[in-house]
Design a protein around this ligand. Structure first.
Ligand SMILES: Nc1ncnc2c1ncn2[C@@H]1O[C@H](COP(=O)(O)OP(=O)(O)OP(=O)(O)O)[C@@H](O)[C@H]1O
Ligand SMILES: [Mg+2]
Length: 276
C-alpha cells in the first residue's frame, strides 16, 4: 500500500482458482490456473494489473465480482471494506458500489438497445438525460442509443460498456481491458474518467495490456504471471532501465516496451509476446 493511501478498500490474498473438468469417460481432473495471487487496492487508488494473456487477470476480476463459472473452485480471502466478500455480498454490490467494465462486449444484451442498457440502474426520472450525457461524453451520437449492439463497431461498444459502469456511489471499479480498439480521443476520455473515479475516492483495478496508458494514471502496478503475483510496485519504479523494479521478470517486461529500446534478447525468447 502506498503511503498516500490510507484505507485499504479491497484486499485479495492467497487466491486460488481451479476448475473441475471431465476428461474422456467419467474421469475428473482439477486445473488450477490461479494459485497464491494477492493484490490490494486503497480508497482513491488506481492499481494496474498487468500480465501475459492467460496469466489470470480476468479470473481475478471475476472472483472479486462473484461471476466465476459454476465449475470454479475458489479459495483464499477477498476482503472488501474490512469484511469478507461473500457471494451474497458480491451480488448485492455488483453494479452498484462495485462497477465492472468487462473485457468482452458479449456482456451486453444483444437484444436490447444500447441506450436502454446504459439507462439500467440510473434514476428513472433523469435516466434518459443522463444516458445522453454519457453518450456525448464518450463520443457516441444521440441516435446511437436506439441501436442494437450488432449495429455498432467494436470501439463504440467498448464505450457503451464503459458508460454502463458510470454510476453514482461507485466505490470500486474493476475495468478489464477497457481500452482496446478505442480511438485516441475516447482513450484519453476513459483514462480521465477512471482517474475521476479515484479522485472521488473510489478504488480502481485497471486490467490492461497498455502499460504506458496505465502508468499515466495508476498509483501502483501489480504484475501477474501464471496465476500468481510476481510483483507490486509503485508507478515511479517504472522508469529508466527499471532498476527500481523488484524482480528480474518485471524489469525484463519493462525493457521490452518500444519506448525502452526493446530487450532484443528477451524478445527472442518470446518475452515481448507476454505483453500482448
Ligand atoms: N472456465 C474455465 N475453465 C478452465 N480454465 C479456465 C476457465 N477460464 C479461464 N481459464 C484459464 O485460466 C487462465 C487465466 O485466464 P484469464 O481469462 O484470467 O486470463 P487473462 O490474464 O485475463 O488473459 P487475457 O489477457 O488474454 O484476457 C487461462 O489459462 C485460461 O485458459
Ligand atoms: Mg482477460
Amino acid at each position: 500500500m502506498s503511503g498516500t493511501h490510507k484505507n485499504t478498500l479491497l484486499q485479495v490474498s492467497g487466491l486460488s482458482i481451479g476448475f473441475s473438468q471431465y476428461m474422456k469417460g467419467t474421469q475428473k481432473r482439477i486445473v488450477r490456473p490461479i494459485s497464491g495471487l494477492h493484490v490490494d487496492i486503497g480508497e482513491g487508488e488506481i492499481v494496474a494489473v498487468v500480465g501475459a494473456s492467460g496469466s489470470g487477470k480476468s479470473l481475478l476480476a471475476h472472483a472479486v465480482l462473484g461471476i466465476l463459472p459454476g465449475n470454479a473452485i475458489c479459495s483464499g480471502s477477498i476482503v472488501y471494506k474490512g469484511e469478507e466478500l461473500t457471494q451474497t455480498r458480491k451480488e448485492q454490490l455488483r453494479g452498484r458500489e462495485i462497477a465492472f467494465i468487462p473485457q468482452s462486449v458479449n456482456y451486453l444484451d444483444p437484444l436490447m438497445s444500447v441506450g436502454r442498457q446504459v439507462r439500467i440502474g440510473l434514476d428513472r426520472a433523469t435516466a434518459k438525460a443522463q444516458q445522453e450525457k454519457l453518450f456525448a461524453q464518450y463520443g457516441l451520437k444521440k441516435s446511437d442509443g436506439r441501436l442494437l449492439p450488432f449495429e455498432l463497431s467494436g470501439g463504440m461498444l467498448r464505450r457503451v460498456l464503459f458508460a454502463t459502469s458510470v454510476r453514482e456511489g461507485v466505490k470500486l471499479v474493476i475495468a478489464d481491458e477497457p481500452t482496446p480498439g478505442i480511438h485516441p480521443q475516447a482513450l484519453s476520455e476513459i483514462l480521465k474518467q477512471l482517474k475521476q473515479f479515484a479522485e472521488n475516492g473510489a478504488g480502481v483495478m485497471l486490467i490492461t495490456h497498455d502499460i504506458m496508458s496505465a502508468l499515466e494514471i495508476a498509483d501502483r502496478v501489480a504484475v501477474i504471471k501464471d496465476g500468481a503475483t510476481v510483483e507490486i510496485s509503485e508507478v515511479s519504479a517504472f522508469t529508466g532501465k527499471g532498476e527500481a523494479l523488484k524482480t528480474e521478470y518485471t524489469q525484463r517486461l519493462w525493457r521490452t516496451l518500444p519506448q525502452n529500446d526493446f530487450d532484443l534478447e528477451f524478445q527472442e525468447e518470446g518475452g515481448r509476446a507476454t505483453w500482448r
